[in-house]
Design a protein around this ligand. Structure first.
Ligand SMILES: Cc1cc2nc3c(=O)[nH]c(=O)nc-3n(C[C@H](O)[C@H](O)[C@H](O)COP(=O)(O)O)c2cc1C
Length: 194
């Protein structure tokens, strides 16, 4: 019997009609069998204040607990001014603190993003990948899911309708699960050999 596998999905937009939130909802329907994709909504995460990092607000404590409980992370980012939105960076910063108590440490992570522009969040995604280096996360390299011209790919209710994009997301989810299981096997092997 396969053990349950949980991905925690976080979208970097608070907008009700957000394409990125819609992409994350669509991904929930595209996960492989035996995999659950839970969504953590960043609404309610206050601006980071280092004075509070040792005793963070309840919503931040919830975020850290949910990251730790997940087998893998899926970040779905808009591109704001060629980078990641402050809302997402702010949440990343909270969950990385206090120093030595980061929830992101060694977490397998995949990135997707949707933009109304032609670059499909490419620049934001590469900035995010730079952040993963200091966080010591394990980013999935491929596939890269960069959804350009997002407005054309959703119906009037905000549901993703583009079948090629859905297939691409499905491929990413399969690859993320395999990537996370690969790291988990490595962790167990090194724990067994020490
Ligand atoms: C502050 C701001 C900056 C933006 N900068 C970019 C950008 O650099 N590149 C881009 O492709 N789109 C940019 N956009 C447009 C976004 O792609 C578009 O608003 C998108 O719908 C945001 O994601 P969401 O639908 O998930 O909220 C920007 C939008 C805002 C509000």
């Amino acid at each position: 019997m396969n053990t349950p596998f949980t991905i925690l999905g976080i979208a970097g937009s608070l907008r009700k009609a957000s394409f990125n939130r819609a992409v994350l909802r669509a991904a929930q329907q595209l996960v492989p069998e035996g995999v659950t994709l839970e969504i953590f909504d960043l609404a309610g995460i206050p601006p980071f204040n280092q004075d509070e990092e040792a005793n963070p607000p309840e919503r931040v404590a919830q975020l850290k607990a949910r990251i730790r409980a997940a087998d893998a992370i899926l970040l779905v980012t808009p591109e704001y001014n060629y980078s990641i939105p402050g809302v997402l960076k702010n949440a990343i910063d909270w969950a990385s603190r206090p120093y030595g108590d980061s929830a992101w440490e060694e977490k397998p992570v995949a990135v997707m993003g949707a933009s109304v522009g032609a670059m499909g969040t490419a620049r934001a995604q590469y900035h995010l990948r730079q952040v993963f280096v200091f966080l010591n996360m394990y980013p999935l390299n491929r596939p890269e899911v960069m959804i350009a011209n997002a407005a054309r790919r959703f119906d009037e209710k905000g549901n993703l309708k583009d079948e090629d994009t859905k297939a691409h997301i499905r491929d990413l989810l399969v690859a993320l699960v395999a990537w996370a299981k690969h790291h988990e096997r490595g962790r167990r092997a090194s724990a067994g050999s020490s």
